[in-house]
Design a protein around this ligand. Structure first.
Ligand code: HEC
Length: 111
C-alpha cells in the first residue's frame, strides 16, 4: 500500500519537525496581555522599566550569555528558595519564549 506508507512517513516527519521548525507566536491580543503582565506583574519585582528591583534587571545586556532554556525554565517554574514565582499556570512555554524574546530585544515598551 504505497499511499498509506507515504502518508505515514509524511505524518511522522510533520510530528518531528513541525514543533521545532515553526516559531509559534501568541496572537496579537495575547501579546498585549503578555506585555501587560510583564509591566504590571514582572515589573513589580524586576522594576517598572525592568532595570531591577527586588529581582535582577531583565535587560538585553544582563540576559546576554544566559541560555534560553535556563531563563524559560526560570519563568515557568520560578526559582526555588527565591522570590521568583512560577508562571506556568498563566503562560505556556511558547509564551514564555516570546516574553524572553521581547526582553532580549528590549522591546517591552516599558520605558
Ligand atoms: C515576587 C517577585 C517577582 C516577580 C513577580 C517576578 N520575578 Fe522574576 N525573579 C525574581 C527574583 C528575586 C529573581 C532572582 C532569583 C535568583 O536569585 O536566582 C528572579 C529571576 C528572574 C529571571 C532570571 C534572571 C537571570 O538573570 O537569571 C527571569 C528571566 C525572570 N525572573 C523573569 C520574570 C518574569 C518574565 C516575570 C513575570 C512573568 C517575573 N520574573 C516576575 C522575582 C520576581
Amino acid at each position: 500500500m504505497p499511499y498509506l506508507s507515504k502518508a505515514f512517513l509524511f505524518c511522522l516527519a510533520w510530528c518531528v519537525f513541525a514543533p521545532s521548525g515553526w516559531a509559534v507566536e501568541p496572537t496579537p491580543a495575547r501579546q498585549t496581555e503578555l506585555r501587560h503582565l510583564l509591566k504590571n506583574d514582572c515589573g513589580a519585582c524586576h522594576g517598572l522599566t525592568l532595570q531591577g528591583g527586588m529581582g535582577p534587571p531583565l535587560l538585553p545586556d544582563t540576559l546576554k550569555g544566559k541560555a534560553d532554556a535556563l531563563l524559560i525554565t526560570s519563568i515557568l517554574q520560578g526559582r526555588k528558595g527565591t522570590a521568583m514565582p512560577p508562571w506556568q499556570t498563566f503562560i505556556n512555554t511558547e509564551e514564555a519564549a516570546w516574553l524572553l524574546d521581547v526582553l532580549r530585544n528590549g522591546k517591552h515598551g516599558a520605558e
